[in-house]
Design a protein around this ligand. Structure first.
Ligand code: C2O
Ligand code: CU
Ligand code: CU
Length: 573
């Protein structure tokens, strides 16, 4: 029998040891060599980059219109063409810039040979535009995305979110920056223009011919797919010419699984000004900070007092990480040191404006106002129902895991049981971290508004969250993309009314031809099984009327399959 869990596992199984084939594609017009790639801010073309480095690229700007996903060959490494998945011919994809209050509108055209979903990470898009894995654009088709942007200015991003293919597609290039600006931020006097540098950072593991096959083994799925070098905006060994002024660096960790410990190589302190979902109330001086996959920070780095001609590196410092990470791929282990970007100090700043000492007011949510606590246990199953799980179940596109009343404050509690890192991320809202393993004093990078929080080995992280923007279907998942594709994800529904629907035990959904078998453990409680045919506005939850039969310690019900848009949920009576 074909089951959703078998599908998921066999996808990962099939790719083991297999090179992923990309559609060949026509050779693009000759590329300029990296050395002649214009760096941001009108670099003097006669100047040469520091030996062994390449000028930092900036993806093209994008304010809307056609966004075309295509297999391409790009010269990421000088003198070599790499098969990538590009957006409008670029890796990373073009950088979206939108002002709060504006409308984001794009036609996503999928010219790949496989389905595609693009998700707008950190954007409070309506459920139907959010890039839920159910909303796959079939190969050769396109989909219109259109939503108003009404949220704090910040460094957001977008990336592939295709069911079971997120890790592969993001790794091979389908990701880009999404910057939201607003007048309050603009009035702060933060560095702008060529002193405002977005950096999409992702580790890659090129093979000897500079290709990026994606073929995680079971061991790689456990640790996540770890690379051997970090590309900044698709640039290996990136360098940037700077003056002795202050720069605003917007860092996105777009790695599949790599957790960075960001700092300057000589540990000179810098200022943290923003986390995932916007500016902090005031800059915080730090010398390193943790940046998990999916997370963003904005920092102010000053080169004042540096001598002209000196080099300074932004790096990921070495740290102690869970054992075993990176062993099987030959990738560098989690916690290894990496260069992220080399600054070459080449000019004196023409007057250095003093950065602001206060930023954007912050109102802390109060735990005492929370209506309920939900617990998410992060673990792993064994055998056929194995894989990375949340609360004992791997992800099913068709299972509604829980329901959240819109507008009610909740505490969500994530606990790791695997001794591993899990950057937990949710769609549809921003949150505030309440405590990490009981400690309410947070590292600066966990303060303010967030949408991704690192749950460390055996830690329990509690966050305060309220879904205010949109009702509908969203996901919650681990942003280690191998964990996500392996099943560490849940569906939840934000309901417009404040009706709390209690969830039952994990429902196993197995499809066979035109039938769906639904089963759950035999327990003392009574449950009601419900289904709906789609997530459109005209569809509502209906009780499945067949009586459940009992076999092998499980209740089970057979119903007619109406398509992959069909959803099921179990309510406790
Ligand atoms: Cu950046 Cu659901 O992901
Ligand atoms: Cu997201
Ligand atoms: Cu995880």
């Amino acid at each position: 029998m074909e089951t959703s869990s078998v599908n998921r596992r066999s996808f990962l199984g099939r790719t083991v040891g297999t090179t992923v084939l990309l559609a060949g594609g026509v050779m693009p017009p000759p590329l300029r060599s990296l050395a002649s790639e214009p760096a941001i801010g009108g670099r003097d073309v006669a100047r040469s980059n520091p030996p062994g480095t390449n000028f930092l690229r900036q993806p093209p700007a994008f304010t809307g219109g056609l966004l075309k996903a295509q297999a391409r060959k790009l010269e990421l490494w000088p003198g070599n063409l790499t098969d990538v998945l590009a957006l409008n011919g670029s890796v990373p994809g073009p950088t979206v810039r939108v002002t709060t209050g504006g409308l984001f509108s794009t036609l996503v055209e999928n010219q790949l040979s496989e389905p595609l979903v693009l998700h707008w990470h950190g954007l409070l898009a309506p459920a139907a535009q959010d890039g839920h894995p159910r909303d796959a654009i079939p190969a050769g088709q396109s989909s219109q995305i259109r939503f108003p942007v009404n949220q704090r200015a910040g460094t957001y991003w977008y990336h592939a979110h295709t069911d079971g293919l997120t890790g592969k597609q993001a790794y091979q290039g389908l990701a880009g920056l999404f910057l939201v600006e607003d007048p309050a931020e603009g009035a702060l006097g933060l560095p702008t223009g060529d002193h405002d540098v977005p950096l999409l950072l992702a580790d890659k593991h090129p093979n000897t011919s500079h290709q990026l096959p994606y073929a995680p083994t079971m061991m790689d799925v456990a640790s996540g797919w770890l690379g051997t070098e970090v590309l900044a905006n698709g640039t290996p060994n990136a360098s940037l010419a700077v003056d002795t002024g202050t720069y605003r660096l917007r860092l996105v960790n777009a790695s599949n699984a790599r957790v960075f410990k960001v700092g300057l190589d000589d540990l000179t302190p810098f200022q943290l000004i923003a986390n995932d979902a916007g500016l902090l109330p005031a800059p915080v001086t730090v010398s390193t900070l943790r940046l998990p996959p999916g997370g963003r920070v904005e920092i102010l780095v000053s080169f004042a007092g540096r001598s002209l001609g000196s080099l300074v590196k932004l790096v990921s410092h070495a740290y102690a990480a869970p054992a075993g990470h990176g062993v099987m791929t030959g990738g560098l282990p989690q916690g290894a040191r990496f260069d992220l970007l080399t600054f070459s100090v080449e000019r004196s700043a023409a007057g250095t404006p003093t950065p602001p000492t206060t930023l954007i007011p912050f109102v802390a949510l109060a735990a005492k106002d929370a209506r309920r606590t939900r617990r998410f246990t992060l673990g792993m199953g064994v055998g056929m129902a194995g894989g990375h799980q949340i609360n004992g179940a791997i992800y099913s596109l068709q299972r509604m895991d829980f329901t959240v009343p819109k507008g009610e404050l909740e505490i969500w509690e994530f606990t790791d049981t695997l001794g591993d890192f899990h950057p937990m991320h949710l769609h549809g809202a921003h949150f505030q971290v309440l405590s990490i393993s009981g400690a309410a004093v947070l590292p600066p990078e966990d303060t303010g508004w967030k949408d991704t929080v690192l749950v460390g080995p055996l830690e329990t992280v509690r966050v305060l969250v309220r879904f205010e923007a949109h009702a509908g279907l969203f996901v919650l998942h681990c942003h280690n993309l191998e964990h996500e594709d392996d099943g560490m994800m849940q569906n939840f529904e934000v309901t417009p009314d404040a009706v709390l629907e209690p969830a039952g035990p994990p429902l196993l959904i197995e499809r066979s031809g035109d039938r769906v078998q639904l089963s759950w453990p035999v327990t003392d409680s009574s449950y009601q099984l419900q289904s709906r045919d789609s997530f459109g506005p005209s569809s509502v939850w209906q009780t499945v009327s067949q009586a459940a039969g009992q076999a092998n310690e499980r209740w089970s019900v057979n119903v007619e399959a109406t398509g992959m848009g069909q959803y099921f949920r179990l309510l406790r009576l």
